[in-house]
Ligand binder design. Structure first.
Ligand code: NAD
Length: 202
């Protein structure tokens, strides 16, 4: 499948390389041009066991590439959101500004899919209600469904936890409806290798 990962920080870079390792065609996107240059050159911006190996393998295979241009991800069937959600400087809530900015940039290119089924999958850690708020914006575009698939990777084990997860959690609105079933089937297709290997789903 053709996949984008938006926000290739710690979580996103590992996820992008891991999805290429599973055989998908992956485009990692970030607004940090220096980070994109490093990743595209095979330089890991952080130390994580096994990451540089899968980064190099993905780049060498041609299945993994990186960009700063949202136009480059317009054709992807599945978009993962790996944006940071730090604590707000003025209070205890999460700062969702990166997630909201990325959602707006993504929404602008989604019509290029011409109404074909397109899945947006949030992986960031967010407060309750965030998915509903973002779905209200993204699902205005025909064919688009938003799901949430929170990440549980542990630093130092990020590659292993992504490729051999002990759980996969899906959040989808109105389960049982055709739109929800189609979205779940698309995410299952992304994770087929993990599900076949026995990762439990909730
Ligand atoms: N790091 C972990 O171990 C871990 C584990 C589980 C969950 N999480 C969650 O995952 C999320 C991401 O965490 P992280 O540690 O990878 O954050 P990070 O800060 O390392 O990465 C976020 C990336 O998003 C990029 N970005 C910001 N605005 C953008 C935009 N508009 N478009 C595209 N890219 C943009 C930043 O440049 C950065 O590279 C957070 O919600 C975090 O809580 C992290």
């Amino acid at each position: 499948m053709v996949i984008s990962v938006i926000g290739v920080g710690y979580l996103g870079a590992v996820h992008a390389a891991a999805m290429a390792e599973l055989g998908h065609e992956v485009i990692g996107l970030d607004v940090d041009a220096a980070r994109i240059t490093a990743l595209q050159s095979g330089r890991a911006p952080f130390h994580e066991p096994g990451f540089e190996e899968i980064l190099h393998r993905g780049l060498a295979s041609g299945r993994l590439r990186f960009t700063t241009d949202y136009a480059d991800i317009a054709g992807a069937e599945v978009h993962f959101l790996g944006l940071g959600t730090p604590q707000r400087k003025d209070g205890f809530g999460a700062d969702l500004s990166h997630l909201e900015a990325a959602t707006e940039s993504l929404r602008a290119v989604l019509p290029a899919r011409g109404g074909e089924p397109t899945l947006v999958v949030g992986k960031s850690t967010v407060p309750a209600g965030t998915a509903r708020m973002l779905a209200g914006r993204l699902e205005q575009v025909e064919g688009v469904t938003l799901m949430w698939n929170p990440e549980f990777l542990r630093e130092g084990f990020a590659v292993k936890d992504t490729l051999e997860p002990d759980r996969l959690v899906y959040g989808v609105r109105d389960p049982g409806t055709p739109a929800a079933e189609q979205a779940v089937a698309m995410l299952d297709a992304v994770y087929t290798a993990l599900l076949t290997a026995g990762a439990p789903g909730w």
